[in-house]
Design a protein around this ligand. Sequence first.
Ligand code: IYR
Length: 218
Amino acid sequence: MPEFIPLQYSPLSEEEQQRRATAFFEQCQRRRTVRDFSNEPVSRKLIETLIMTAGTAPSGANRQPWKFVVVTDAALKKRIREAAEKEEKESYEQRMTDQWLQDLKVLGTDWHKEFLESAPALIVVFSSNYELENGGIHKNYYVKESVGIAVGFLLAAIHNAGLAALTHTPSPMNFLQEILERPENEKPFLLVPIGYPMKGALVPDIGRKKLNEIALWR
Ligand code: IYR
């Protein structure tokens, strides 16, 4: 029989619910992806707290199929930048479609990835389709969904702590598995540089879809 324990739950008044929901929305609405970081360091304890928050995400069968590798070492960041830029150059110049390049124009991105060195920390998120256990394979479930949700929690936690982040997906990104010496079951999922925005940092003038474009009631 599975063991159950009482749920810790404190109900809120309706006013308090709306107040909190609005405050959280307004805070999330201020989140922006940042590409220009200052070199101000972020403490290990703070990053650990953010990762613990990501680790509270739900996951298929509670298998928690994620791993967060934090890179602060300058030499390692440099290696990652060089490997990422090599792939990105190839992508921007050969692999991406005209439509894709057109869609990215508004973001002003190109293959140069200075943030991989300038950000004080890179959180490299790995996902595992299976675990290696006593010489065998133990499968995980809904891995993309689970790790995607955990990254959502991570980004919200980063923003809540007054830090800035970028979701970066160098492609292909197998080089991260090699450089960071991860086992064969851990595949790179996303690279999240974090830190403080550079003074005077600019962000693209883009907006979010309106409620009536993303929600329907039936
Ligand atoms: N991975 C590349 C290209 C890129 C793709 C998408 I979709 C973006 O929203 C932004 C960039 C890069 O990081 O530049």
